[in-house]
Design a protein around this ligand. Sequence first.
Ligand code: FAD
Length: 423
Amino acid sequence: MLSGVEALRTERDILDWAAADFGGIVTERPRAVLRPESADDISAVLGFAAERNIPVAARGRGHSGFGQAQARDGIVIDMTGLGRVLRVEDDRVVAEAGATWGEVLRATLAHDRTPPVLTDYLGVSVGGTLSAGGISGTTHRYGVQTDTVLSLDVLTGDGVERTCSRTESPELFHAVRAGYGRCGVIVRATLPLIPAPVRVRRFKIYYPTAAELLTRERQLLHEGRFDFLQGEILPVGGGWTYMLDVAAYDSPADDATLLDGLGYEPARDATEDLAYWDFANRLADAEKLLTQTGEWFAPHAWSNLLLPDNATDPYLADLMAGLTQEDLGAAGLVLTYPVFRRNLTTPLFRVPDEDVVFLVAVIRFGPEPAVDRQLAANRDWYEKAVAAGGTAYPSGAIPGIDWTRQLDPAAAARYDPHGIFRR
Ligand SMILES: Cc1cc2nc3c(=O)[nH]c(=O)nc-3n(C[C@H](O)[C@H](O)[C@H](O)COP(=O)(O)OP(=O)(O)OC[C@H]3O[C@@H](n4cnc5c(N)ncnc54)[C@H](O)[C@@H]3O)c2cc1C
């Protein structure tokens, strides 16, 4: 078995694979790909790259939207080989960074435990979302995934493995979480666990306007009535439908209590009773379907922005006025997650300075020829968001993101002394 630098792969199909991502818009071809079997393999390659000034990028599952896990003429480290769940305890799980959240959840559910925050889609990697943020319908309660992670084992740019947490090397911990791989390669993460619910009572409630949906989201954020809380704007017929997507985990309350005052109408709205795994894995069927239709592989110009509460209503109204159904695609949607800012404590997860913030995500499955226009719209929405006190969640496809605003250049200089993790 080849190890370290000898294991670098340069076959054309492997380089093509590493030059692509879910976004399907940016294509930066590396000169080699490492499929490591151990942290030592990565360490050897980081030393090799540092000596030769070769750029390096870690790649989790490649679900970024704009080349974030690519390295032009550099080395891509494919983390899928380091994907084991190493240890599950009552209150924590240790997983290699290349594991998907689905693999982590499978392992922890065998012990009736779950990470408090899962991504909506379980096919992204632990290292990938800890490098971005990791937001979901339970973020209103626990923050993003980077707020919950207990500790990380990281190979910094000098090839040295370091453990960091809130109390051990906190500067490194703060620089790596939501740091888009600019200070090192995460090899292992220790994540907190809480008791897993058995059953999930899920409600989908439809409102006539975006304003009403946002009002309900705010109300439920403050009340804390549901464990899972998000809003979705979906194309329907020639217009839009505004859906509140909420769920209660193992709740002793009956439906009448849970739904009190929310205007639930049985003839229009929907209730589901699901096993927790089926709820957590709810996007698996959509992935299967969109894979069959090819929409999973078409370009995806997604935009994710965080808005201060006081700007969200007019911002969303403006955004929806400029969005067509064709542009979004039949399977597309706009997501709105309300969050208390006090729960968002990761320094590099940049958030607006207001008590309540909304993530507004435009999830497109639209036709390919429109990509240039979509990118221009994403850029325009980004500028408007920044002007309104908003910030970017830069995992999607927003051209010209100011990475110096987003990241911490001083930390990068310290932990990546040779500048190999540069963009
Ligand atoms: C279908 C779909 C659903 C999604 N759902 C959600 C969601 O619910 N919530 C959410 O927050 N986001 C979501 N996203 C966005 C997604 O979280 C980010 O794009 C995420 O970073 C992708 O994870 P990945 O494993 O594919 O990472 P990649 O795209 O491979 O990498 C993302 C970034 O992290 C870096 N990186 C990856 N692994 C490591 C590592 N081990 N060490 C250091 N740096 C590393 C890469 O260099 C890159 O900068 C979704 C994306 C898609 C396509």
